[in-house]
Design a protein around this ligand. Structure first.
Ligand code: ADP
Ligand code: MG
Length: 327
């Protein structure tokens, strides 16, 4: 489980036209969420926050692979057997997730979930899996194998043991959806933090942009840089909140889909992008790819910036972020 320890917010105390900041924390999707809305009164703020919570629950029912009654579980249950028709919303999310899987050459792979029973990160893992077990687990992974038919919105996993999972993109998607929904409902400014996946819009009550502070867990968890956020998303993937320790070595919950092993060498990957969904999936991918190829990819993508911290605590970033000023 991941807590949003990467992020601190600076809230301005000034209020313009009686606008204030209202904030609520709650658990959804098994993680901590925090919603911040700018409003003139508490009653209105609570209404917006309730709208957001309902939306997160709706998305969870659609994409959860733990909930046996979700459409995602229906797809997984029929692996190797039948194509399953899903709602257009889920179909499009899967299509976009396949797109990001392709873009990252499978470093992010929504079919990574075939490996799920191998790494549960509940402290049960006491030794490394054997090569044989790893080979068998990664054999079922491969977004290229997924069969999507947009005539009838069906999804087919052609091999038994295949599975899709939204662990690395679902919270970002939820953050985007809540933002879109609340904007449509008339909320001019807000910020949603889905356990480190942040989508924001509008400004603070005094007209100042929202500020997101990044901390370096290798350097006493101190904030090393503040970034103003103007309607974008910021997502951080880290390795130290959900992990296992085997033979004194720490293994985090982001898996390299090629090897079946937890990806190591990166402590955190932060991605700035127009959408939290893209930022979420990319942060996971960069984590797997490592700083060199990860930042190379991020440098090619329009409106995307990234910042990574390696195992020695060094901060590396895309070319538009000045690293020297950060450490
Ligand atoms: P966080 O939960 O720290 O925000 P991520 O967004 O990176 O982290 O999501 C990690 C989760 O994504 C894992 O718990 C797992 O469910 C899933 N996952 C792990 N490795 C991959 C991968 N290579 N591609 C897609 N999903 C992954
Ligand atoms: Mg992610």
């Amino acid at each position: 489980m991941k807590r949003p320890i990467y992020f601190f917010f600076i809230f301005s105390v000034q209020c313009l036209l009686g606008q204030k900041i209202y904030q609520q924390s709650f658990m959804r999707m098994g993680v901590d969420f925090e919603m911040t809305v700018v409003s003139t009164n508490e009653e209105e703020a609570n209404r917006y926050i309730d709208l957001g919570k309902n939306e997160i629950e709706r998305i969870e029912r659609l994409i959860s692979s733990w909930d046996p009654s979700s459409q995602t579980s229906a797809v997984n249950k029929q692996a190797g057997r039948n194509a399953v028709a899903v709602d257009t919303e889920l179909f499009l999310l899967i299509q976009r997730a396949v797109g990001i899987s392709r873009l990252t050459d499978g470093a992010f792979d929504l079919t990574y979930a075939a490996i799920d029973p191998l790494w549960v990160f509940d402290g049960q893992e006491k030794s490394m899996p054997t090569q044989e077990v790893l080979d068998a687990s990664v054999a079922a992974i491969g977004f290229q194998k997924l069969v999507l038919n947009n005539d009838d919105n069906t999804v087919f996993l052609p091999e038994e043991g295949m599975k899709i999972g939204f662990g690395a993109i679902g919270k970002g998607y939820a953050a985007d959806r809540v933002k879109t929904l609340l904007q449509a409902a008339g909320l001019k400014a807000g910020l949603i933090n889905a356990s480190g996946d942040i989508a924001a819009w509008g400004t603070q009550p005094d007209g100042q942009p929202w500020q997101i502070g990044l901390i370096n867990p290798m350097k006493k968890n101190k904030v090393f840089a503040w970034f103003p956020i103007n309607g974008q998303a910021v997502v951080t993937s880290g390795d130290y909140e959900k992990y296992v320790t085997i033979d004194g070595e720490r293994y985090g919950h982001i898996i390299n889909p090629r090897t079946g092993l937890p990806s190591r060498g990166v402590v955190s990957a932060t991605v700035f992008a127009p959408k939290a969904e893209l930022a979420d999936a990319l942060a996971t991918a960069l984590f797997v790819m490592g700083p060199e190829s990860g930042l190379h990819l991020a440098n090619q993508l329009p409106d995307v910036e990234a910042l990574m911290i390696d195992a020695s605590g060094h901060i590396l970033s895309t070319k538009n972020i000045v690293v020297d000023a950060l450490e």
